[in-house]
Ligand binder design. Sequence first.
Ligand code: CP3
Length: 341
Amino acid sequence: MTKPLLRVLNGQAVWPPPMWLMRQAGRYLPEYRELRGQAGDFISLCTTPALAAEVTLQPIRRYGFDAAILFSDILMLPWALGHGLAFKEGEGPVLPRLTTGQDVSALDPSRVMAAVAPILETVQRTKAGLDDETALIGFAGSPFTVACYMVEGGGSKEFARIRGMAHGEPALFASLIDVLVESTVEYLSGQVTAGADAVMLFDSWAGVLSPRLFALHVIEPTRRIVAALRDRHPGTPIIGFPRLAGVLVGAYAAQTGVDAVALDTGAELSVATGLVPATVATQGNLDPLSVVAGGEAMAAEVRGVLDGARGRPHIFNLGHGIVPQTPPEHVAALVKQVRAA
Ligand code: CP3
């Protein structure tokens, strides 16, 4: 196993740490904006394998990261289940609001694998374009975070609808999570078969739940997905990202069976690494806004992350996705600093 990223996911402390950045393909790159202009809408880009593979490879060519991440979106799963999805310019994702048992019954897991076939082809094509040192990461949203967008009808500040449903209509909510668990297993398993070296579960809104509901709707569904994937693909590592989970990251790391936990920007590394079992790798957690600032402001933050990660299996990354206003030359300086650690 030579890929540095996979060595870390296997529990080795590799130094300097291998690195990649969440949302490393995207609007901050001029080559992305150009191709995005040709592709038309975002869903067409995600379902046109030649273009999606090209976009996946753009940041690898430019920066030589240790991993490429499939270019797609966590909301392509509800799309594949037959739930509506549109990306409105400047507004983000818009979905029909799921409110009833009928809405859950209307989701059709039998159409998922055919619908995601172009995405799996992107995985194959991307894999063919990578060298032997660079890992390919597949991904999905976690059932809870995907459910957030389905129940809210898009993004939200308070997530009052989904939190209300989780407390007030537990059977309905559990039935939605169950459908998402099953189709996420099929979808991620398809990505591994197509060539993904590792997979990541993005749980961007894990932190909005009470500890009791976090155990029920974040830890338990993740544990089921990890167990099913382990069964089918024993050698494929799984990274979990329970964003904003605070101290619950310890329970998440210990109980879900993931090989690594991604830490968000607010996680104090010395505290977080004390909560996570020594056998579970960590990933993160540079503030993406420090990369917008660049210079010494960024360099000081990078040193902080490196100091906190030294001596344990760690993958250098951001604490959340890179933002569109990031100057590409600041990312080049970041790579240089981490590589020289
Ligand atoms: O480079 C990569 O990281 C791979 C691709 C990727 C995208 N989205 C592409 C994308 C990944 C891994 C995601 C994950 C994703 N998508 C998450 C989890 C991570 C996180 O950021 O919390 C979430 C919550 C989504 C849902 C989503 N997709 C939103 C809220 C938005 C709108 C906001 C925005 O950034 O525009 C998207 C759109 C989206 N997904 C874009 C990209 C590159 C922008 C689309 C465009 O080019 O217009």
